[in-house]
Design a protein around this ligand. Structure first.
Ligand code: ARG
Length: 740
């Protein structure tokens, strides 16, 4: 794990000391001090990432990351004179940290907890009364004596935890005229402490002012004690200048200060079965989350938890024994062409359902496979290999990279242990011949307790058992034992599996498999439906094959491009290439732009439309900005675009500032998605930014600007916008094209 970046906030003393001994830091510090009188925009004219001299490419940055301690975002921190320009991107995290420090200095969490507890004891009287009416049977007296109250309050004070980021209550401003951020902590604190809330707000303001005054206007206390914070225009323009100096890279955005190891379990189709639209959604969403988290600097492990184990392999293996005997030898099994696996599965299933002798053989087949018998293993491997070839075709079309296959079979050696462990802890019990875990709060429709099965009556293990074993391997086991020790595990599957994961996660916690500091998160998504809102299927009612679905999107995009007169002379292979980007991009974007939890209606027409929040619209916006830049700098349309050097931004129109305010939200959006895992926020952000760009472009001419300075300024805005679109589209797994 790398830990080379610095927190985008005032640095703690110990860390700062360590850093200040670092040679890279020394060099940067010298430079920062010597240039502290020079405005940042002049610095950025060098066309480099300003804070570190001589680092112009991502590769160079990465090289530094590997060999040295923190370098990137040092620039001007509290260590340099306060007049020096602030060039690091101050996202919400910075403000949260400043407020957190203020709370720590100003208030005692124990007193706050005591006050909150007392307030709670006063408040819920009404509720209590209601409750009492409901179960009038047991008449427990709800009035609490003063002594009891004091005891409860003392207890709350004793158990109070130190303030955390959540206590800072920093949010994006709810309205543009309130500024950029809001701090809402004062009201609650004042209530608990019996203070005047506006006074409490002004104490917080006093503390945070020195930390934010370089880049924020004087904080405003509004209403009952809201603190409104607004970026200074000079700061906003400097950030955009800064972003525009790295348009093809990461726009100068910092990485997280505390990288985590994050496992993302996604795609996960089942061997010898069709990969369906649910798996497509999982693949698209999982890939975007992986891209984003690794962009933020985390150590991301992308796992394809394929269904490659289980009783269905008994019948498949036995079917192969009869139909493809060569598949049962380890020497030849990899070369056998099994044809259409879906047909094969159907045929095997049919025999299993009608033929008792075959059924018995299939049962035996599973046992032999589990025992590691050569023939069965060979046949199983043949099935996995054939499926892998099919899935890979889809992954290639989608441009999915870095997804590592680690299927259910991987956890087979751990299953027995899991069940025994659960039994020894009294969590798993015998139930109708099987072994099950009964968890509080889970019931069947008829009210009877709902078991989570971990061992079938025939001794086989269940889906949940594998997931429990996987949890141990992912978060509990140390690396010496072959474990991953991840801080976060994300499971991207359809919402239909929510209960499964709920139960598995609770059981894992109860069994002590989840260490403090590790979190397990189900990332559910809704169904893909047809345009009519019904089941997604072909006209004849068959399931849609993913290959056909993707090819159709590319075909429509291609036909569209060919129908345009301006493309008459464009070579076929170029059209095909662009059509692929638009078609596949449209499928991805349509999926990602929806709140993932809702069902989504698949419509080629909508996703391929040039209007609205779609991939073609965003791709077109990007290409158009590239066109503007090329025209302004007299560049030919051949070859890759050459980005103009970032220059000082001069604001002449409101639309410019609006565009800037939109662009600088990017780091906060990324942080939000990192936390809540809703990729549609990225699409909303893109759409809003490109709308702001259009407004700007309508009101401000770039090529006929009033003066050369204004022209360079507007070109810098164009560059920052294009860089932002490109970056976010790439995170969504979509390439961009410079001309369309
Ligand atoms: N193979 C499963 C399916 O197709 C998805 C697996 C999800 N991951 C997991 N760890 N259970 O529904």
């Amino acid at each position: 794990m790398c830990s080379w970046t610095l927190p985008a906030r005032a640095f703690g003393v110990s860390r700062q000391k360590a850093i200040s001994r670092d040679p890279v830091f020394q060099a940067i510090r010298r430079r920062a001090i010597s240039t502290s009188q020079v405005s940042f925009s002049r610095l950025s004219k060098t066309g480099r990432t300003p804070p570190i001299s001589g680092i112009s490419s991502l590769q160079q940055l990465n090289a530094i990351k590997r060999t040295q301690t923190p370098a990137f975002f040092l620039s001007t921190t509290t260590t340099t004179s306060s007049t020096s320009p602030s060039v690091s991107v101050k996202s919400m995290g910075y403000v949260q940290d400043a407020v957190l420090e203020a709370l720590q200095e100003l208030f005692d969490p124990a007193e706050v907890a005591r006050g909150a507890a007392l307030a709670k004891l006063e408040k819920p009287k009404k509720k209590k009364k209601k409750k009492k009416q409901d179960n009038s049977g047991d008449s427990e007296d709800s009035s609490i004596s003063e002594e009891e109250k004091k005891a409860i309050a003392d207890m709350a004070a004793k158990e109070a935890k130190p303030f955390s980021i959540a206590d800072t209550m920093v949010t994006l401003a709810t309205r543009a005229d309130f500024g950029d951020y809001q701090v809402n902590a004062a009201m609650g604190l004042a209530k608990s402490l019996g203070m005047n809330p506006r006074e409490c707000a002004s104490m917080i303001v006093e503390k945070i002012r020195p930390k934010i005054e370089d880049f924020m206007e004087e904080p405003e206390i509004a209403g009952p004690g809201f603190i409104n914070l607004r970026f200074k225009p000079e700061y906003l323009t400097s950030v955009v200048e800064y972003m525009a100096s790295d348009p093809a890279g990461r726009l100068g955005l910092p990485k997280v200060s505390k990288p985590q190891k994050i496992i993302i379990d996604y795609s996960s189709p089942n061997i010898a079965k069709e990969m369906h639209v649910g798996h497509l959604r999982s693949t698209i969403i999982g890939d975007t989350l992986s891209n984003l988290l690794s962009f933020s600097g985390h150590d991301v492990v992308r796992l394809n938890h394929v269904g490659d184990w289980g009783t269905q392999f008994g019948m498949l293996v036995e079917h192969l024994r009869d139909e493809y005997p060569a598949a049962l030898s380890l020497e030849t099994s990899q070369d056998v062409d099994l044809g259409d696996l879906v047909e094969l599965y159907k045929a095997a299933k049919k025999r299993f359902d009608v033929d008792d002798e075959f059924k018995a053989r299939a049962r035996e087949g599973v046992v032999n496979l589990q025992a590691g018998n050569d023939e069965e293993i060979a046949a199983w491997q043949a099935l996995c290999a054939a499926s892998r070839v099919e899935y890979q075709k889809i992954y290639d079309m989608l441009g999915i990279k870095g997804l590592q296959e680690r299927g259910e079979s991987f956890y087979n050696p751990y299953l027995k242990d899991v069940v025994e462990d659960l039994e020894s802890k009294g969590l798993a019990v015998e139930s109708e011949g099987a072994t099950a875990v009964f968890l509080e709060g889970y019931a069947n429709r008829d009210g009877t307790p709902l078991p989570m099965l971990v061992r079938k009556s025939d001794g086989g293990f269940n889906y949940a058992t594998t997931d429990l074993a996987a949890i141990r391997q992912r978060v509990e086991m140390t690396s010496e034992d072959g474990g991953e020790r991840a801080n976060r595990v994300l499971y991207v599957t359809d919402a239909g599996q929510a209960q499964h994961f709920d139960m598995v996660f609770s059981a894992a916690k109860m069994a002590g498999y989840v260490p403090e500091g590790s979190s397990l998160e189900h990332v559910p998504f809704g169904l893909v439906q047809g345009e009519d809102g019904k089941k997604f299927a072909t006209r004849s009612g068959d399931t849609v094959r993913l290959k056909d679905l993707l090819n159709e999107a590319v075909r429509i995009a291609g036909d569209d491009l060919r129908a345009r007169t301006e493309n008459e002379n464009v070579p076929d292979d170029v059209i095909d290439q662009v059509a692929r980007i638009i078609g596949i991009g449209a499928v991805k974007y349509a999926d990602l732009s929806m709140n993932r939890e809702s069902n989504y209606r698949f419509s080629y027409e909508r996703m391929l439309s040039l209007n609205g929040n779609t991939a073609p619209y965003m791709l077109y916006s990007y290409a158009r900005i590239c066109g503007i830049i090329r025209k302004a700098s007299g560049q030919e349309v051949v070859g890759n675009i050459k980005w103009p050097e970032a220059s000082k931004i001069t604001i002449t129109d409101d639309s410019e500032m609006e565009l800037i305010r939109s662009i600088v939200r990017l780091p906060d959006i990324l942080t939000e998605v990192e936390k809540d895992l809703y990729p549609n926020r990225l699409c909303d952000f893109l759409f809003e930014t490109s709308q702001k760009f259009n407004k700007f472009y309508e009101s401000c001419s770039v090529n006929n600007a009033e003066s050369p300075e204004v022209k360079s300024s507007r070109l810098t805005l164009c560059t920052a916008t294009a860089g932002t679109i490109r970056l976010v589209m790439n995170l969504l797994g979509i390439e961009v094209v410079e001309k369309m």
